[in-house]
Design a protein around this ligand. Structure first.
Ligand code: HPA
Length: 248
């Protein structure tokens, strides 16, 4: 079954037919929201609101372990995370959709592994390719079928937040090789990998990163909501295709 982790502005997916909500508990505590079971394009889909339904949980306080654990324990095999990001590369303007293929993790102090209990031993999982190639391709090909332009590949920089970056920090991220920047991509990706879920991210560029393009003198926060709103239909059509591919 496919799960969607909805990010900022995407806690609800238009076209999602809700059947039931379930409050779950995990050994790591409560997930960000109840799990919403339902269907997209006739295929079973579970929805989890990463920041809670009222958008009350900031990126550094999300219980990523509970979220990923809850999804896995209800029979989910594929997880598509929706993430709003800032565009660092000049061509990644607001409104563009991108499926990253790499991550650089700048977060700190987040519970980033399931391997903390003594009885689980010491594990070093391979993270060379942080995302599922199959699910990435399902997104890219789904976007093509839906005739929605999409950028295949890119480096996602995960920053700590909740503040946005300085322009010098963005320059540094660019020197490091990052293309987009967001606050929630880690440890979600590594936890999914540890627990054996196929995981990919559909990133929505909602602003130029600090010091870039129209954000030279500051990020125009009031424009972000409009960009999100305009991207909603595109995101919905891609999710429909991903749900149909592989039978959800
Ligand atoms: N930086 C970090 N996270 C973000 C941004 C950004 O510019 N835009 C949306 N999420």
């Amino acid at each position: 079954m496919l799960a969607i982790i909805g990010g900022s502005g995407f806690a609800q997916i238009p076209g999602f037919k809700l059947e039931r909500r379930e409050v779950t508990r995990t050994p790591y505590g409560e997930p960000s929201s109840a799990l919403s079971f339902g269907a997209v394009a006739g295929q079973p889909v579970v929805l989890l609101a990463r920041h809670g339904y009222g958008h009350t949980i900031p990126p550094h306080q999300i219980n990523y372990r509970a979220n990923v654990w809850a999804l896995q324990s209800c029979g989910v095999t594929r997880v598509l995370g929706l993430a709003t990001v800032g565009g660092i590369r000049a061509d990644l303007a607001p409104g563009i959709l991108l499926v990253p293929d790499q991550i650089i993790d700048y977060t700190h102090g987040r519970a980033a592994t399931f391997f903390t209990l003594a009885d689980r031993g010491v594990h070093h999982i391979d993270f060379t390719l942080p995302y599922s190639t199959e699910l990435r391709l399902a997104c890219v090909n789904g976007a093509k079928r839906a005739r929605e332009p999409i950028v295949d590949g890119g480096v996602y920089a995960a920053t700590q937040g909740p503040r946005l970056e300085t322009s010098a920090e963005i320059n540094r991220l660019e020197r490091d090789g990052a293309d987009v920047v967001g606050m929630t991509g880690m440890p979600e990706a590594v936890l999914a990998k540890e627990i054996g879920l196929s995981y990919a991210v559909l990133a929505i560029v909602v602003n130029y990163a600090a010091g870039r393009g129209a954000s030279k003198a500051g990020i125009p926060m009031e424009e972000i909501a409009l960009v999100m709103q305009q991207a909603t239909g595109k995101v919905q059509r891609i999710i429909e295709q991903v749900a149909k591919d592989n039978g959800g």
